[in-house]
Design a protein around this ligand. Structure first.
Ligand code: ME8
Length: 647
């Protein structure tokens, strides 16, 4: 019976389209999963999406759709990119899937009933407009790190997980299982920075937002992300505290969780403790991969340096992008991505070394033997060397892949391609072809080249599955197993090679970079125009009555008004709107003196997000119309009480 292998990626947030860094993780995990299948493991490869939390709820609100509609859209986009990258996952879990939601609620209830979760108070700093809690250290100059406004010290009722109870057991587990956290350097970081100083209890519920899995026994509380997110690794297999499915019995514990270095703490501390509390076995290994950077910077949309897999695939094809990601990322240190680098690696490795080798060899086989592969010949020194090189490359590649070192495995494969190209230089088949007496030798040389290319294709299967398939077709190989790499000579004499076609056509670097630059400029221009359009407000497009109903407008009475120091256009006014008084800053100081303005009944947009203008808080907008240098605030035809709603 095959040995099982359960491998997972982190589940990506559905707050935005995933960039190439997130995509790297899934491609890396896919390469390991494909390799393990090649080595005859019964693999279960899990990936998916993390769909709850305040940020996602807010993003949906901003887009004017429900959170479920929002996550449906982004999860679809994520799945499309994972599919585009040819990742061979066995299951795609979404944390909004009903089975997951139910299982997480049961897990939470179990932990509560057995006393590992208790109700307490979460004390922190609260930003009212952002509806968000922050710890002291998250504040920036004592203000909200998101909007820069004042924060209030607040307490929120919340549930907590008793992490400290399991600390010693976890420490012992890590010490007794030296491979539990990989790479080694990250293990020390976890022990020294988090475990040794002592674990704080973890806040596991929230009441300040509602886009989450509800706590079944306490209205208003939603389960706060990590219990929800981490449980995906077991709920996807059908785990519930009440009963385990066959899939769970077969595949759990995970053989490896592949995740980014930023979320290692959650996977190596909180997750094992949750499992201990549930009485379930711990995953065998957690691999915290490094990050892909854009130059020296973090990849992010707001920095304008985000690169997306689908854009790269349009330019270079799926396998070239997979090759770049898998070969450029070191095992423990961060790697970088740039268009120049991709083009360079494409031209040097894929077009010049690999593509050339396959193309030249298949073309010579066609030209000199009508495509029919001849018999192996007596050995010369360079033959012995090539064979030894290929056999050794297979062994080393296996070792590297077992250790998740894809870049080193690929470098070994490229070395075999280089060695094979050198073999062509050493044997000069075109010279042999001129001498009829050397025909047998020529046949043997080409046999060795085809067999060496077959080794390369088998070794490339986890990394570049389509390219490997293409090579097999070109050399007419049927033997594709990993086991076949223990002997040099599985190519069958008398069989025929296919047509020679270029695997990777050389790219014109200068032309391509120009095109990329132009298309980035065009995109930026389009984004700018879209912003301008939305700033212009209503365009020619009609809006529905529901759109209009989103604007809350009321009559307000100006109680007090003053100039804003240092801003000659601004007045700051206190406006009474029914039972409340708001402070509003308006750019009308050139048209109204504070004295004139007091006592007026104005129209106020009341559900506009509060902002600070010149450091002064403004909680709404007074509507006005202007024509050239004339400006007048809006008011009603007859006198109406303040607080009256505008419809
Ligand atoms: O962290 N290079 O989701 P996420 C490499 N939902 N990897 C990167 C990266 C980069 N530049 N940027 C991000 C989450 N990643 C949670 C996970 S798991 C139970 C919950 C990695 O969408 C990141 O480290 O922010 C993480 O492993 C994965 O992409 C998803 O990130």
């Amino acid at each position: 019976m095959k040995e099982k292998y359960y491998i997972t990626t982190a589940i990506a947030y559905t707050s935005r389209k995933p960039h190439i860094g997130n995509t790297y993780e899934v491609v890396l995990t896919d390469a390991i999963a494909r390799y393990k299948r090649q080595r005859n493991y019964d693999v279960f490869f899990l990936t998916g999406t993390d769909e709850h939390g305040q940020k996602i709820g807010e993003a949906a609100k901003e887009s004017g759709i429900t959170p479920q509609q929002y996550v449906d859209g982004v999860a679809g986009e994520i799945k499309n990119i994972w599919n585009l990258m040819n990742t061979s996952y066995d299951h795609f879990i979404r944390t909004t899937d009903e089975y997951h939601v139910k299982a997480v609620q049961q897990i939470f209830n179990t932990l509560y009933e057995q006393g590992d979760i208790y109700k307490g108070e979460y004390e922190g700093w609260y930003c009212v407009p952002c509806e968000a809690f922050f710890t002291q250290t998250q504040l920036v100059d004592g203000c909200c790190p998101d909007c820069g406004r004042e924060v209030k010290k607040t307490k929120e009722e919340a549930y907590f997980f008793k992490m400290s109870k399991y600390q010693d057991r976890l420490m012992k587990h890590i010490e007794e299982h030296p491979d539990f956290i990989q790479p080694e350097s990250r293990k020390r970081e976890m022990i020294n920075n988090f475990l040794k100083p002592g674990l704080q209890d973890l806040c596991v519920s929230r009441t300040s937002f509602d886009w989450g899995i509800p706590v079944t026994f306490d209205n208003g509380h939603v389960i706060y992300v990590w219990i929800d997110a981490l449980s995906n690794y077991i709920t996807a297999l059908g785990y519930t505290p009440e009963g385990e499915s066959d899939l769970y019995k077969k595949y759990w514990p995970a053989d490896v969780h592949v995740i980014g270095k930023d979320i290692l703490r959650f996977h190596t501390i909180y997750w094992p403790i949750m499992l201990m509390a549930l009485g379930e076995p711990l995953p065998k290994q957690i691999f915290g991969h490094p990050w892909l950077l854009a130059g020296a910077d973090k990849i992010s949309k707001s920095r304008g340096n985000a690169i997306y897999a689908d854009d790269l695939v349009k330019l270079f094809g799926v396998d070239a992008v997979r090759y770049y990601l898998l070969s450029e990322m070191p095992y423990a240190q961060d790697g970088t991505i740039s268009y120049e680098n991709i083009i360079n690696r494409y031209n040097t490795d894929l077009a010049n070394i690999l593509g050339n080798l396959v193309n030249r060899t298949v073309a010579m086989q066609q030209k000199y033997f009508n495509g029919i592969i001849a018999n192996p010949c007596d050995e010369e020194e360079c033959d012995v060397d090539l064979k030894a090189f290929a056999l050794q490359a297979a062994v080393v590649c296996g070792e590297k892949m077992d250790a998740f070192k894809t870049a080193e495995a690929l470098s070994e494969i490229m070395n075999l391609a280089r060695r094979s190209n050198k073999y062509i230089d050493e044997t000069t088949p075109w010279t042999l072809a001129k001498d009829e007496s050397k025909k047998e030798r020529l046949g043997g040389v080409l046999y060795n080249l085809i067999e060496s290319i077959r080794f390369i294709a088998v070794l490339l299967m986890p990394h570049m599955p389509e390219t490997a398939e293409n090579i097999f077709e070109q050399i007419g190989a049927t033997e594709r197993s990993w086991e076949s790499l223990s002997v040099f000579g599985h190519t069958v004499s008398g069989t025929s090679v296919g047509q020679a076609t270029a695997l990777f056509a050389r790219l014109d670097e200068k032309k391509m970079l120009e095109e990329i630059e132009n298309s980035i400029k065009k995109e930026q221009e389009q984004a700018k125009n879209a912003t301008k359009e939305s700033e212009k407000g209503a365009t020619a497009e009609n809006i529905s009555i529901e759109d209009f109903a989103k604007l809350q407008m009321k009559i307000g009475l100006v109680l007090e008004s003053n100039r804003v120091e240092g801003a000659d256009k601004l007045l700051v006014s206190k406006i009474k709107i029914g039972d409340e008084v708001r402070q509003i800053v308006s750019g009308i100081a050139k048209h109204y003196t504070p004295e004139d303005f007091v006592g007026k009944k104005v129209v106020v947009l009341t559900n506009l997000k509060p902002v600070k203008l010149r450091g002064v808080l403004s909680e709404g907008m007074i509507l006005a119309a202007s024509d050239g240098d004339k400006l007048g605030v809006l008011t009603t035809d007859i006198d109406l009480p303040d607080g009256t709603t505008i419809r």
